[in-house]
Design a protein around this ligand. Structure first.
Ligand code: GDP
Ligand code: IMO
Ligand code: MG
Length: 425
């Protein structure tokens, strides 16, 4: 019996999960997305081509690998259809090749969920979360509120009545928000997409994944968002609405905790955040602007500029603890190539004390980062292919992080392409 390896973000998302899942997928028989929805944008680059996946697991370009959209994911049929149409146009058709299955128990994002997301954010004004407006929060609310519609429901004879009942409720809520909308086009697209996704095999993800394990096959669970956006442990309420942590892989796929094997924690050599909420190491200045420019830090889903800052060790330690990370993956080291000095936040000053954890009142009193200066490597690392070409000062940075975080860095990414990846140690 094998175990499920988990790969997830340790920061506020966009760490480079898509790239690394694609790189690792030849080692696995199944890649399984376990939470989130099309709020995610996972970018893959190879052979001079670039793809952004929102719902589809990032193993889709590997010929041998099966891909599962797990029960913990919320699916917008319109977006899933568009993703698959785009892949087909680009010469990849995972449905025709039988490489994609979806969980019956995954919840559906309705057009009215998106409207509710927008209405809620509009009402919050300057206190808004900065949601991607994909309907994620309202869909998970209907899931936990036991009103939701699931993929498996689409084949029931009374699906349309169930849909109408839920939409009626949403319309009442929208009237309460005094929110203006026109549903006609979206609704037509929704039902067209529902017919389309009936062609993708529906499975019980719990049996499906455990079947792979029983057969001795290798499974990688792909997270979306990042640990600091977790609904329980992130900077609430500036979070997403799912558990982005390893525990989320258990509930989002139907695997027992003792079936979890390696946990790969992925982070950028610095840090970014998109949307509202606290960000202690944020650089709201020229340095932040340089990181944004060099790192092309603009959202893969919404195109929004990402906020940029230095690496935050208290936050990473917290994320490592919550997830049981066994190996680290450091991304975007190349973005720091031009800096003569980089900084790492080792502690916070908070309410007159020095602390090394994320405090509960982070929302109301933002901690001040205590920064350690580190010599930059000032070398172009994007063309490095061998470990002995890694500049000594970059190796020293990695060694410093390993000592602080007490977990080894297994992979180092030095550019967006598949090939720009080094295996360390
Ligand atoms: P994800 O949501 O975690 O999959 O990450 P995103 O795709 O949203 O954002 C990561 C961005 O960084 C994408 O544009 C990737 O192509 C890019 N990227 C990934 N790894 C590297 C790297 O090592 N160096 C550079 N410069 N870009 C990278
Ligand atoms: P990937 O998988 C970065 C952020 C939004 C917002 C908050 C809530 O690409 O790393 P939501 O749409 O979930 O209601 O938004 O979470 N957010 C992400 N930030 N990467 C993501 O996904 C994100 N998904 C949601 O910007 O602050
Ligand atoms: Mg992303």
């Amino acid at each position: 019996m094998t175990q499920v390896d988990v790969l997830l973000g340790l920061q506020w998302g966009d760490e480079g999960k898509g790239k690394i899942v694609d790189v690792l997928s030849p080692q696995y028989d199944l890649i399984a997305r376990f939470q989130g929805g099309p709020n995610a944008g996972h970018t893959l680059e190879f052979d001079g081509k670039k793809f952004v996946l929102n719902t589809i697991p990032s193993g889709i370009f590997n010929e041998k690998t099966m891909n599962l959209i797990g029960n913990g994911v919320v699916i917008d049929p319109i977006i899933l259809k568009r993703e698959l149409d785009n892949l087909k146009t680009a010469g990849h058709d995972p449905v025709a090749k039988g490489k994609l299955v979806i969980a019956r128990k995954a919840h559906l994002i309705l057009p009215t969920h998106q409207l509710l997301d927008a209405a809620n954010e509009q009402k919050m004004g300057k206190n808004k979360i900065g949601s991607t407006l994909k309907g994620i929060g309202p869909t998970y609310m209907d899931k936990t509120g036991r009103n939701g519609l699931r993929v498996g429901d689409t084949t029931l004879p009374d699906f349309r009545e169930r849909y109408d009942r839920l939409v009626e409720k949403h319309k009442e809520m929208l009237a309460h928000y005094d929110f203006q909308y026109d549903l006609t086009e979206k609704e037509a697209a929704f039902f067209e997409a529902i017919e389309f996704i009936k062609n993708i095999p529906h499975v019980d993800s719990e049996h499906y994944v455990n079947g792979f394990l029983k057969a001795g096959k290798k499974v990688l669970a792909e997270g979306a968002q990042g640990t600091l956006l977790d609904v329980d442990f992130g900077s609430y309420p500036f979070v997403t609405s799912s558990n982005t942590t390893t525990a989320g892989a258990c509930t989002g796929l139907g695997i027992a905790p003792n079936k979890v094997g390696h946990v790969y924690g992925i982070f950028k050599a610095y840090c970014t955040r998109v949307g509202g909420g606290p960000f202690p190491t944020e650089l709201d200045n020229e340095v932040g602007e340089t990181l944004r420019k060099v790192g092309h830090e603009f959202g893969a889903t919404t195109g929004r500029a990402r906020r940029c800052g230095w690496i935050d060790l208290p936050a990473l330690k917290y994320a490592i603890m919550l997830n049981g990370v066994t190996e680290l993956i450091m991304m975007k080291a190349d973005v720091l190539d031009g800096f003569d000095t980089i900084y790492a936040c080792t502690h916070y000053e908070h309410n007159g004390e020095t602390i090394d954890y994320m405090p509960y009142d982070i929302i109301t009193v933002e901690p001040k980062p205590v920064l350690k200066a580190i010599e930059g490597w000032e070398t172009d690392v994007t063309k490095i292919t061998k470990n002995d070409e890694i500049p000594a000062k970059l190796s020293a940075y990695i060694a410093f992080l390993e000592k602080e975080l007490e977990v080894p860095v297994k992979y180092l990414s030095v550019g967006p392409d598949r090939t720009q990846t080094l295996t360390l140690g």
